[in-house]
Design a protein around this ligand. Sequence first.
Ligand code: DGT
Ligand code: CA
Ligand code: CA
Length: 589
Amino acid sequence: MRNKDVANKFYELAELAELANENSFKVKAYLEAVRVIENLLIPIEDLAKENKLTDIKGVGKGIAEKIMQYLDKGTIDRLEELKKEIPESLLELSRVPGLGAKRIKTLYTQLGIKNIEDLKREAEKGNIRNLEGFGEKTEEKILEGLNALHDKKTDRVPIGIALPIAESIVSILEEHTPVNKILIAGSIRRMKETIGDIDILVTSNEPLDVMDFVASMPVVKEVIVKGDTKTSIITKENLQVDVRVVEPDSFGAAAQYFTGSKQHNVKLREIAIKKSFKLNEYGLFDLDSGRKVAGKTEEEIYDMLGLQWIPPEMREDSGEIEAAQNSQINKLIELSDIKGDFHLHSTYSDGANTIEEMTLKAQSMGYEYIVISDHAIGLSVAKGLTMERFKEQREEIDRLNAKLKPFKIFQGVELNILSNGEVDFPLEDLKFFDICLAGIHTGMEQSVEAITERISKAINNPYIKVIVHPTGRVMGSRDLYGVDIDQIFLKARSAHTVFEINCLMKSNNYKEINASFEKLDLNDVNARKAKEKFGLLLEIGTDAHSTESMSNMRYGVGVARRAWLTKSDVINAMNLEEFENFLSKPKSQ
Ligand code: DGT
Ligand code: CA
Ligand code: CA
């Protein structure tokens, strides 16, 4: 699949086009193309072959032509023209905080600054402050930004790795330094699936002590900058961490600013300006008097701007600001709403813990029930069970249920969808289970049409209530298969079939990052589409093969929140009684 390459090329094109003063609609169209191509589940080259590129929403004739050019010869004509017009090295300047296209253009045309090196030299000579639209303060900021830049040698890492590291740093700071408030901001707070760096905000009466400590923590491999209010370090795992000390009076403004996303912030600042305010990381200020009108909490800032408070996971400029203006932000699902895990493996198949151990963990997490969904006979690599073994398992579950009442263990099964769309037990056997889940585990090399057809067949099976890891995506590597997601969503709508947000993660150890494995399937974009466009219900399952992995539920809830899901969209937010009722009814009701 070349989707990622194509998306990257369009990003390059958008950046250069912006620097070349190209029509802003065009730039926007390129960026929109980046977004849709990144989220496309079908190989783009397949669509190209069938002349169907313009079927993709957001892809018009012009863009389609450029995609064809790239697929044919590895580049886009317009991109090559632009590269002749303006030096490609200008692109690296946009990595410097505070430098947008407009300023980069001025730097280039007025001072001939073509790259980071030129920028550094001119800034140090004090030549930048005299340019129109700059000034002494900006020049200072650029130098600061340049210092912080040499560092960005770290790659993006899965949230399953970054969040635990961030949390351990937070607890070290809480224990050893005089911090009052402390918050993990940035993309982690937004629960993005990959993280560039960790951003931590604190308030403290002794900022210098905090900065000293941060620079000398045992996890530090390298100190990038150490200042009075900001220290950046690289951890031994090669992750950058920025710790900033802010005034208590500005804590809300700083939290808002450093949570991002950048696009969300840009839009918020525009709204502020329209209302004669100025918004920055220190607060919200009245433009005329310069008086600070908000800044202590995020809520008061959003409120002054005429907006509902927006949950961090929604802050991606994907309609949340408009929704907040119209009081249409609903209460999103929370981890504490989850009443059971749907997708668990025990020692009966390929899990590491017994059903009882999984149950104890579930109780400690506050759940009311779980579904044990071991593999069936068709998946021998995962020690799938025969009907006889399932009957033995049923006896154990009954025994445990008698002992643990009112907690309840349901006996499910994770069926394998075979190449012909049937599953690894005959239809009449499926009645045996409390609930049947099904997913594709084999025969993944089939065409998109064949896979779509297989899943559609499972969707229409009267006993299969849930399709697990529906798109076969594996983050950071090649997706396992391609599928026409709109078509299966449509089928699921008439068949009342539920889709899973699978949060299987084998990336809890940074050392294994290259072998790390995150599914988050459905992802945020598709889960949102499932709800908004097709009215589907979802289920969040950890696919845990050990008690430890059951804690990954929070990443699934993160995806659900990024998909704007509420409690009523997720079946394992039902309480035990509601869930039993759901199970007792046939799919069509
Ligand atoms: P990451 O680290 O790449 O996963 O993503 P973020 O969102 O954590 O980005 P980061 O660490 O560069 O910056 C944290 C937040 O600070 C970001 O979400 C928004 C804000 N921010 C940083 N630089 C700028 C900027 O130049 N303009 C605006 N408006 N906001 C910025
Ligand atoms: Ca960050
Ligand atoms: Ca940062």
